[in-house]
Write a protein that binds this ligand. Structure first.
Ligand code: NDP
Length: 239
């Protein structure tokens, strides 16, 4: 499928081993991209290069980027997908859980992009897609740490959209609604039912539905004039 203009482009996905990340890897592969991804626990789908790296460790991310550049080729696209939740009402969030969520979901993105952005600017070509969340747009009871990290991602992506424009580097956000992955399976069933009632389409998203939106924003042909934008993919829950 040449429509997307991603054939043979090198794309790096963080947390590509399972859930939404794995679906993104599969869709980008179908579009002919050379996909490299990192995982923390265990590898997932086949890809040109899979690397064990923790987004909270700057040295590990720098090494991953160096390996992709030398073994696969110059990175064009980056999908900032790795993320965690540690839910609780604000008064009950432990110091550890607050820092863990911010460290993975926000600092992890900084650690990933720090070695890449200068390369993209120098080559005057690139496309960043950040995975935020409807929770970052709307807030959510029991997810203050997660919501804060996911709102921060939007501010970062918009700023890189402004800064990167003169270097031909676009920066956009996909904000998924609740999606059928391990992250949502971890939510108690009663709470899942309450969430479903607030979703006009009356179902959770499938990971592939998020992945196609990522591919759209990544694509220089489909989204070449879109930067600093947020695509909300949430079944009508929040617009
Ligand atoms: P999963 O829990 O299924 O997968 C999380 C992914 O992040 C895994 O690949 C995991 O790797 C990786 N990861 C977590 N911590 C680290 C780390 N320190 N270093 C490297 N990789 C790490 O989540 P989803 O697929 O559901 O979520 C993917 C993204 O989408 C996240 O950013 C999430 O916040 C966001 N999102 C999810 C929604 C949902 O409803 N599912 C809704 C909105 C946004 P490993 O397997 O090795 O631990």
């Amino acid at each position: 499928m040449e429509l997307f203009g991603l054939r043979d482009r090198v794309v790096f996905v963080t947390g590509g081993n399972r859930g939404i990340g794995a679906a993104i890897v599969e869709v980008l592969k179908r579009l002919g991209a050379k996909v490299a991804y990192t995982y923390r626990s265990a590898p997932g789908p086949e890809a040109v290069l899979t690397l064990n790296a923790d987004v909270t460790d700057p040295a590990s991310m720098e090494e991953a980027v160096n390996r992709i550049e030398s073994e696969v080729g110059p990175i064009f696209g980056v999908v900032l997908n790795a993320g965690i939740t540690k839910d609780n009402l604000f008064p009950n969030i432990s110091v550890e859980d607050w820092y863990a969520v911010i460290d993975t979901n926000l600092n992890g993105i900084y650690n990933t992009l720090r070695p890449i952005v200068p390369l993209l600017y120098a080559r005057e070509s690139g496309s960043l897609v950040f995975i935020s969340s409807v929770v970052g747009e709307q807030g959510n009871i029991g997810q203050a740490n997660y919501a804060a990290s996911k709102s921060a991602v939007i501010g970062l992506a918009k700023t890189l959209g402004l800064e990167g424009a003169r270097y031909g580097v676009r920066s956009n956000v996909v904000a998924p609604g609740f999606t059928s992955t391990d992250m949502v399976k971890a939510i108690p069933e009663k709470v899942q039912e309450r969430i479903l009632q607030k979703i006009p389409l009356r179902r959770f998203a499938e990971p592939e539905e998020i992945a196609w939106s990522v591919a759209f924003l990544m694509s220089p042909t489909m989204a070449g004039y879109i930067t600093g934008d947020v695509l909300s993919v949430n079944g009508g829950q929040y617009t």
